[in-house]
Design a protein around this ligand. Structure first.
Ligand SMILES: [Zn+2]
Length: 190
């Protein structure tokens, strides 16, 4: 029996030497990573790594929901993010998941450019402030911000050292607006 473990997009699951990439995963430079929030399972018969969606019955986003989102696009005045999980819900999300985080909604302090706080592929916690006509997000409290960041050079996970994030693999240093539980966030408590 394999222990059930909740994983996030980008999490390292295995290597292409050990397993093949199955549903809900992708392979990059010999590393198999998760492409979604879900339960990591190993199909031993077919030697495949898979990530199954947390459950099948989807939930609609509501104003006030606390969510996890993944940065998909960086603009000068906003970031576009895909809402990937509603905190406290064991269900997937139905309908539109394409959210916007405007630069004025990032922090209580002044943020000049979204790239001072976020980077492509980051996973962050946010509050939904609007769902119609478009999903709007904000990250103005300490619990909000990046919970998991990836090195912009080599895509390995970043670790927090003092107030700077550093890549364990290549030593690259990066800046983010981090949540107060960056590095200790446990997806199994989703
Ligand atoms: Zn790196």
């Amino acid at each position: 029996m394999t222990e059930k473990k909740i994983v996030l997009p980008g999490d390292k699951l295995s290597t292409s030497e050990e397993l093949l990439s199955g549903d809900g995963t992708f392979e990059e430079d010999g590393i198999i990573r998760s492409s979604q929030v879900g339960t990591y399972v190993v199909d031993n018969q077919n030697k495949r790594a898979k990530v199954k969606a947390v459950t099948s019955m989807p939930v609609l986003l509501k104003r006030g929901d606390i969510v996890l989102a993944e940065v998909r696009m960086m603009r000068s005045s906003m970031i576009i993010a895909d809402v990937i999980h509603v905190i406290g819900s064991k269900r997937g999300i139905s309908g539109d998941t394409n959210g916007t985080l405007r630069v004025s909604e990032i922090s209580k302090g002044y943020v000049k450019d979204p790239s001072d706080a976020f980077s492509l592929g980051d996973i962050f916690r946010a509050r939904v402030t609007q769902v119609k006509p478009s999903i709007q997000l904000e990250t103005k409290d300490n619990e909000f911000g990046v919970i998991k960041g990836f090195c912009s050079k080599c895509r390995n996970s970043l670790i927090k050292k003092d107030n700077i994030l550093e890549c364990k693999n290549c030593g690259n240093k990066e800046r983010r607006l981090t949540s107060n539980d960056f590095g200790t966030f446990d997806p199994n408590n989703l």
